[in-house]
Design a protein around this ligand. Structure first.
Ligand SMILES: *Cc1c(COP(=O)(O)O)cnc(C)c1O
Length: 315
């Protein structure tokens, strides 16, 4: 999209984004942790609302909108969507109208996410499961485009090839790129962006699938990141979805609570908890070379867990 550092910083300043995010040493008392050098890159601290990888993915799209004076964005997501939440806040701040196509029902109980969307002036439209899927297919999209001819359309999860370059600044934040980078996978966009923008192939990327469905995520990543080198240094581990998206076994919840107690790092079970579970298991399996630097990319996302958490989340 022809964006540069200046576009990044102008937008970051306008929204109060703080990067680089800290990369902190992390030393849990887990079996195998002492054999490697563990770090957590705290993208959850980038901004109190536009958390983690949502900033990384959205900034090129928002910068493009600003440069071309696009004042209306249409996007898609569920009733707890971190993507819509971050996007709605950013649009509110930038004076862009957001139409949010939400998978759900108007008369269903309102979620904390939807309350925030309303507060930030997003126009929410509800679609049932079937209609929601239709609206994102070429025919359904064309319908919406006829309806909103001047709007910029952004896929669910912000998964668009236009956003791939958004991940490039993350690499620049490392003094030395780590041996291993571990991150959760939803749409696959973050992984695809990291693959597309890395300068060298030293870092092994391990995606932890938050969704059920072998191979489906690999093809999403490959669709986004049209790699000439399919054997590039990455894979997705499918063992830790715990039953699927937004499903969470009691053991997973417990792990999240314990990590929060022991380290002060907040995690939710939809994405980050699964990465923590994966990391713990991979350490037991001795999956990393001795003394390897292993970074867990904390992608944020705590707002989405508010509906399930007893205490609620302060943001
Ligand atoms: C959206 C989200 C993801 C998934 O990112 P993708 O780019 O869709 O794979 C991971 N973690 C958190 C916290 C998220 O909010």
């Amino acid at each position: 999209m022809g964006l540069n550092n200046q576009h990044y910083h102008e937008l970051a300043d306008a929204l109060g984004i703080v990067t680089p995010s800290p990369c902190q040493p992390f030393s849990p008392d887990w079996d195998g942790a002492e054999r490697v050098r563990l770090y957590v890159k705290r993208d959850d601290l980038i901004h109190p609302i536009i958390s983690g990888n949502k900033w990384r993915k959205l900034w090129p799209v928002l910068a493009h909108a600003q440069r071309h004076n696009i004042r209306h964005i249409v996007s898609f997501g569920g009733a707890h969507s971190n993507h819509l939440h971050a996007l709605a806040f950013a649009c509110h701040r930038l004076g862009i109208t957001l139409t949010a196509a939400v998978r759900g029902y108007e008369n269903a109980p309102v979620t904390p996410t939807l309350e925030d969307l309303a507060r930030w002036g997003a126009q929410v439209q509800f679609y049932d499961k079937v209609k929601y899927r239709y609206q994102q297919q070429p025919e359904g999209l064309a319908d919406l485009q006829r309806h909103y001819p001047n709007a910029l359309f952004l896929a669910q999860g912000g998964a668009t090839t236009d956003g791939l370059e958004g991940l490039a600044p993350l690499w620049e934040e490392f003094d030395t790129p780590p041996d291993v980078l571990l991150l959760p996978i939803g749409s696959g966009m973050t992984l695809a962006g990291l693959l597309a923008s890395r300068q060298q192939r030293h870092t092994r990327l391990i995606g932890v699938a938050a969704l059920q469905g072998q191979d489906y995520l690999e093809s999403l990543v490959n669709d986004l990141y049209n790699s000439a080198n399919q054997s590039a240094h990455w894979h997705i581990d499918h063992r830790f979805h715990c039953g699927g998206f937004a499903k969470s076994a009691p053991a997973l919840r417990q792990l999240c609570e314990q990590l929060n107690r022991d380290t002060g790092i907040p995690v939710e079970p939809v994405y980050s908890g699964k990465v923590v579970l994966a990391l713990k298991t991979l350490l037991v399996e001795r999956a990393f070379a001795p003394q390897a630097s292993v970074v867990w990319l904390h992608t944020g996302g705590l707002q989405g867990a508010r509906a399930q958490s007893r205490q609620g989340l302060q943001i």
